[in-house]
Design a protein around this ligand. Structure first.
Ligand code: ZN
Ligand code: ZN
Length: 676
C-alpha cells in the first residue's frame, strides 16, 4: 500500500480544488493500491488564526511577493498580535508529527508554506524518506515563492509557468508541465462537447455563474434576456436571495432561461454552453479551459484572478468586462458571423489546458510512490525528458514581460506616444524590423505597430505589385509574423516599447474611389488578403485587433494615390471600423474630424525622416489590451505633431549647423517619394 499525503490550504480557491481533483484521480487509478490523505494543516493548527494567515499569505503571494522574504518575521509579528499562538512553530510541529506518523511515500504540496516548513524540518541535513512534489496551481508564477521552497519536483499548469520557474533558478529537470488538475469528467467528456452548432442555426447558449458582483447580477440578467436569440443558464450556488431573484426573471422568459443552484455538474454545463460569464477564480478558469468554453471574466478581482485571467488574455482566449453592458457587447461580438470570434477563442484555449491533467499528474505521483527510497539525484536521471522549456534567459524575459502584462490593474495610466502605422523592409520601408525597433525605442516611444503592405492577389494591381518586392511576399507572411514576434521581447526588455504586429491591407483599384488601405493593428496570425473588406474587418476583430482606415481622405502634401473608398462609403463602414486616420504623416483630414469619427494619427513611416509627422497620444495603461480599448472607445485620445523645427528648415534646404542629439538620419537630397 503506497501512502500519499496531499497538503493543501483552504484559503486559495485553486489549492483546494487541485488537491481534491488529484485525490479523486489517484483513487480512480489505484483504488486499492494507494492510501491518500489530504490535509489542511493550516486550518487545524491555527483555527481562527487561519484567517489572519490567509490575509498575510495572499498579500505575500499576490500583492507583494517580496514580503515572502520576511514571511517568518511577519508571522512572528502576527504571533505577538494574537498573543497565545506560537506562530509557525506550531504548524511546523504538527507537520512533523503528521510525517512521522504517516510515513508517506510521496508528499504533494499545493501551498508553498509547507515547502518552507519541510525545509525547516530537514534543516539538519537528514535525508527525506519521501518524494516531495510541489503543485503550483497559479496560472502565472512570476515572483512565486515556490522556487525558494524545498521540492524534488515542481508540477505546473502551463509552459509560461514552467519558464518562469526555470528563470527563477529551479533546475529544468525538476519541472513538469501537467496542466491544472481539472475534474475527471473532463477527461471523459472531452469528445462529447454538447453545444448547438451555430453555423447550422443552433441557438447560442450562455452560462452565467454568479460567484461575485451579486449587486450587478440582476442588471446583467436583464441585458442578457434582451437577446431573444440567446439561451441563458444561471448558476446561483447556495445563495437563496439570488435564487429568488433569478427565478423571478426566469418566469418572464421561461423558454430561454434556466436557473440552477449548487451543482456538481460544472463540467457538463461548461461542455454544453458556448461561453461562460464568471469571476476569474482558478478552478472555474481551468475548467472552462478544459471544456474549451471561453470565459468573459466579469469584474476581475486582484491577485490570483488577475493571474488567471492574464493567462486567457495573453492567449487571446477570453476577455474581461467591468459592466453588464460590456459583457453583452462582447457576447454580441463573439456570436456575430456564426461565432467567428468565439471559434477563435476556442481554438486558442486548446493549448492552455489539458483535460486529462489530473490523471497524468496522478500517474506521476503513483510512479514516484512506487520508486523505492528516493536518492533524488539518481531518480531524476531515470525520469523521462523534462517538459520543453526554452533557455533560462528567454524564460526570464518572458517572466518579466508576463509580470508587466499580467497585472493590468497595477499599471498606472500614463501618456503614451504611439505610432500604429509603419513600414519596414518587409515591404517598401527602409529600416528592418530590428532597426525600426531601435529607432523608435531610442526616441522613447511607448507603442509601435508595424504594418507592412499586403496586396490583394485577386486584384490585377495587387498581382503586379506582388512582383515588385514592395509588399510582403504572400508566401512569407508567416515569417513576417514570426520576426515581429521575436522582436517584441527585445523591444520590451530594452526600451519598454510595446511592439505590435499589424498589416496594411492594400486593395488598390484603378481610381482613388475604388482604392482602400485598411490597417489591422495587433494581429495574432496572418489573414488572407483576398477576403473582401468586410470579411477582413471581421477577421481582424476576431483576433482582437483594431481595424483602422488609413489615409481615408485626400492627401495634399506628397505624391501618392488617394484611397477614398471607405470615406465614400462612410455610413456603411463607420459602424464596422474601430478608427480612422484623422492625420497621416503631414496631412490632416479635416472632414474626418468634422464627422466626429473615432480617430488616430500616424506617420505612415517608411524612412527615418518620416518620424517627423502626426502621432497619436493616448492616456491609458501601457498594455496592448488597454491601448486598443482606449482607441475603440476613443476617449483620452489626442494627436500631436511630432516635429523638430530645425528639421523642417532642413527639409526646406535651409541648412543649419548639426543639431545635438539629432536623429542620425536626416535626408534632404532625395525627392519625396511614393508613400503607402
Ligand atoms: Zn497606405
Ligand atoms: Zn502605409
Amino acid at each position: 500500500m503506497k501512502k500519499i499525503l496531499i497538503l493543501t490550504a483552504g484559503f486559495g480557491e485553486g489549492e483546494d480544488v487541485a488537491a481534491w481533483n488529484l485525490r479523486e484521480a489517484i483513487e480512480h487509478l489505484a483504488p486499492k493500491e494507494a492510501r491518500i490523505e489530504a490535509l489542511d494543516l493550516l486550518d487545524s493548527s491555527y483555527g481562527r488564526f487561519h484567517d489572519l494567515l490567509r490575509h498575510t499569505f495572499q498579500a505575500a503571494v499576490n500583492r507583494a511577493p517580496r514580503l515572502w522574504h520576511g514571511f517568518y518575521q511577519l508571522l512572528g509579528a502576527a504571533q505577538v498580535v494574537e498573543g497565545q499562538i506560537d506562530g509557525l512553530a506550531r504548524l511546523r510541529d504538527s507537520l512533523r508529527d503528521t510525517l512521522n506518523g504517516m510515513k508517506p511515500d510521496v508528499v504533494v504540496l499545493t501551498c508553498p508554506i509547507y515547502g518552507f516548513l519541510i525545509g525547516e524540518i530537514y534543516r539538519d541535513g537528514r535525508a527525506r524518506d519521501f518524494t516531495l512534489i510541489s503543485l503550483a496551481t497559479d496560472a502565472v508564477v512570476n515572483d512565486s515563492p515556490w522556487p525558494r521552497t524545498a521540492g524534488d519536483f515542481f508540477a505546473v499548469t502551463n509552459e509560461p509557468a514552467a519558464r518562469a520557474l526555470a528563470a527563477a533558478g529551479v533546475p529544468e529537470e525538476k519541472i513538469r508541465v501537467f496542466g491544472f488538475p481539472v475534474q475527471l469528467p473532463f477527461a471523459q467528456c472531452e469528445k462529447r462537447i454538447a453545444r448547438p452548432d451555430l453555423a447550422r442555426g443552433g441557438r447560442a447558449r450562455i452560462l452565467y455563474v454568479i460567484n461575485g458582483s451579486r449587486k450587478k447580477a440582476p442588471k446583467l440578467l436583464d441585458r442578457l434576456l434582451e437577446h431573444r436569440e440567446w439561451d441563458v443558464t444561471v448558476c446561483v450556488g447556495r445563495d437563496t436571495g439570488l435564487d429568488e431573484m433569478a427565478r423571478a426573471k426566469a418566469a418572464t422568459a421561461k423558454d430561454r432561461m434556466e436557473v440552477i443552484g449548487h451543482t456538481r455538474r460544472m463540467p457538463q454545463l461548461l461542455l454544453g454552453h458556448h461561453a461562460v460569464i464568471s469571476r476569474a477564480e482558478t478552478g472555474l478558469v481551468q475548467e472552462s479551459i478544459a471544456a474549451r468554453c471561453p470565459m468573459i471574466a466579469f469584474r476581475i478581482g486582484s491577485g490570483c484572478e488577475e493571474g488567471n485571467f492574464s493567462l486567457l488574455r495573453q492567449a487571446n482566449a477570453g476577455v474581461s468586462a467591468e459592466k453588464p453592458r460590456e459583457v453583452v457587447d462582447w457576447l454580441e461580438r463573439a456570436f456575430r458571423d456564426e461565432g467567428a470570434l468565439l471559434s477563435l477563442w476556442q481554438k486558442n484555449l486548446e493549448p492552455l489546458g489539458r483535460a486529462d491533467s489530473a490523471l497524468n499528474l496522478a500517474r506521476f505521483v503513483l510512479e514516484q510512490a512506487a520508486t523505492p527510497v528516493p536518492a533524488p539525484a539518481a531518480n531524476l536521471r531515470a525520469l523521462p525528458a523534462p517538459a520543453p522549456s526554452e533557455n533560462v534567459e528567454a524564460g526570464r524575459r518572458l517572466a518579466n514581460g508576463g509580470a508587466k502584462n499580467g497585472r493590468l490593474r497595477h499599471i498606472p495610466k500614463e501618456l503614451l506616444l504611439c505610432d500604429l502605422h509603419t513600414h519596414t523592409t518587409w515591404s517598401d520601408g527602409r529600416l528592418s524590423v530590428p532597426e525600426i525597433v531601435d529607432f523608435y525605442g531610442q526616441r522613447d516611444f511607448d507603442c509601435l505597430c508595424i504594418t507592412d503592405h499586403l496586396c490583394d492577389p485577386k486584384r490585377l494591381l495587387g498581382k503586379l505589385v506582388n512582383l515588385t518586392g514592395l509588399v510582403i511576399p504572400p508566401d512569407e507572411l508567416a515569417g513576417y509574423f514570426e520576426e515581429i514576434e521575436r522582436e517584441k521581447k527585445r523591444a520590451w526588455a530594452k526600451y519598454d516599447l510595446l511592439l505590435m504586429t499589424g498589416v496594411e491591407f492594400n486593395k488598390d483599384g484603378y481610381t482613388s474611389k475604388t482604392s482602400t488601405h485598411l490597417l489591422g493593428v495587433d494581429l495574432r496570425q496572418p489573414i488572407d488578403p483576398s477576403l473582401d473588406i468586410k470579411k477582413l474587418i471581421s477577421e481582424i476583430h476576431a483576433q482582437g485587433g483594431l481595424a483602422i482606415a488609413s489615409h481615408p481622405h485626400e492627401m495634399k502634401s506628397e505624391w501618392g494615390r488617394n484611397t477614398l473608398y471607405l470615406w465614400e462609403h462612410v455610413e456603411e463602414y463607420a459602424p464596422l471600423l474601430d478608427a480612422w486616420e484623422v492625420a497621416n504623416r503631414d496631412d490632416i483630414f479635416n472632414p474626418i474630424g468634422l464627422k466626429k469619427l473615432p480617430f488616430i494619427a500616424s506617420s505612415d513611416f517608411h524612412k527615418p525622416k518620416h518620424i517627423h509627422s502626426w502621432k497619436t497620444v493616448l492616456y491609458c495603461e501601457k498594455e496592448a489590451e488597454a491601448i486598443k480599448h482606449c482607441i475603440r472607445v476613443n476617449r483620452d485620445v489626442s494627436l500631436t505633431l511630432y516635429r523638430d523645427h530645425r528639421f523642417a528648415l532642413d527639409e526646406r534646404k535651409l541648412r543649419l549647423p548639426p543639431i545635438e542629439n539629432a536623429p542620425e538620419l536626416v535626408e534632404f537630397e532625395e525627392p519625396l517619394v511614393q508613400r503607402g
